[in-house]
Design a protein around this ligand. Structure first.
Ligand SMILES: Nc1ncnc2c1ncn2[C@@H]1O[C@H](COP(=O)(O)OP(=O)(O)OP(=O)(O)O)[C@@H](O)[C@H]1O
Ligand SMILES: [Mg+2]
Length: 331
């Protein structure tokens, strides 16, 4: 199950991503956590030291190797250089699974242990000026989009992405790649305004979007969110002394998280799990193809000197039925 956390800067995306990831890991689920936010803080929220965070490999830097691996023996993709972030998989491509060992994880993921449970962490690498707001290949989040378009994940397995809500995710198809999007929203007008903007895009693409209120301090805060958001509001996460203690470096055990906040995490997992029945791999595949054709035309063809529409395999549909296929020859 592919999950995104989005929301206004400072709303608590990283905090709630890291808590959700902990909840999943300690309850025994396989998890890949991906830091795709402008400010890279997921590692430290998961308890890594500054040195460990600095040593995390960057998906952006490994993009050529990722492309080379995913391309596999797909005859429609001449070489890694002609593969752009939206190039869809086809027959012969290599796919990714949540639970497996593969060169992408070996290069880009690091194991992290939280409260005795283990998960994989990947990071896009910090964004620089060049990366922001552009649809082209500079974008480091492109590596995440490429991986998601090659991922065959099943129920009970989780890929959790800490993202921005900003224009950068709308410039590409990334925001459409998730089974569940959680928009983190403080009980303020600005937080709600970011939801409304996001919701506009989400509705056009059939995106499953729920709001998690955060830093909720009172029933009055919850009333405000209910009035503004109606059914879109899933739950309100309280202002948390546990979170504050974590930020102070006092590393409280996860079991000490306030029970009401732990319950919010449980409800979130339930909501994600319910999304499985709504999955539509046909639509998922069609959307990736449509974003690819758009990117090809607007910059990809010019950049690679080829007609990238030819990369689309018309008879290929991504789906869980492919999860058990043997690796293509030549691995
Ligand atoms: N429920 C909470 N209780 C207490 N403090 C919180 C809570 N949620 C977030 N915070 C604090 O608010 C600050 C911002 O949170 P966080 O870094 O998670 O936000 P963000 O949306 O990821 O920000 P950015 O846009 O910078 O990536 C941090 O200091 C964090 O500890
Ligand atoms: Mg953050």
């Amino acid at each position: 199950m592919k999950i995104a956390f989005v929301g206004k800067g400072g709303s608590g995306k990283t905090t709630l991503s890291s808590l959700f990831v902990r909840h999943l890991a300690v309850t025994g689920s396989p998890v890949v956590a991906v830091d795709a936010d402008v400010n890279q803080h997921l590692g430290s929220a998961l308890g890594l030291t500054d040195e460990e965070c600095a040593a995390l490999p960057s998906l952006g830097a490994e993009l050529p190797a990722i492309k080379e691996y995913l391309r596999g023996g797909n005859p429609r993709i001449a070489d890694a250089a002609s593969m752009i972030k939206t190039t869809p998989p086809g027959r012969g491509s290599r796919l990714l699974r949540i639970v497996e060992d593969n060169p992408v994880y070996r290069l880009c993921a690091r194991p992290v242990t939280v409260d005795g449970a283990s998960l994989r962490l990947m990071a896009t690498g910090a964004f620089d000026e060049e990366d922001l707001g552009v649809a082209c290949y500079h974008s480091k989040v492109g590596a995440v989009e490429l991986c998601l378009n090659h991922l065959v994940d099943g129920p009970g397995e989780y890929w959790v992405t800490d993202m921005t809500a900003g224009a950068d995710s709308f410039a590409s198809g990334l925001f459409t790649r998730f089974d569940q999007t959680f928009l983190v929203c403080e009980p303020t007008r600005k937080g709600v305004a970011v939801y409304r903007q996001y919701q506009g895009y989400a509705a056009d693409y059939g995106i499953r979007l729920h709001v998690i209120g955060n830093k909720v301090e009172s029933e009055d805060d919850l009333d405000f969110l209910r009035e503004e958001l109606g059914d879109a509001l899933l739950a309100g996460f309280g202002r948390s002394a546990w979170v504050r203690r974590t930020e102070q470096g006092r590393a409280p055990a996860f079991t000490e998280l306030e029970p009401a906040n732990a319950e919010v995490l449980r409800v979130m997992q339930e909501t994600v799990d319910a999304a499985h029945a709504e999955r539509d791999w046909g639509r998922y595949t069609r959307q990736m193809v449509s974003f690819h054709l758009r990117n090809a035309e607007s910059w990809g063809n010019a950049k690679t000197g080829a007609d990238l529409a030819g990369q689309v395999d018309p008879d290929f549909e991504l789906g869980e039925h492919l999860a058990e296929l043997p690796e293509p020859l030549g691995v």
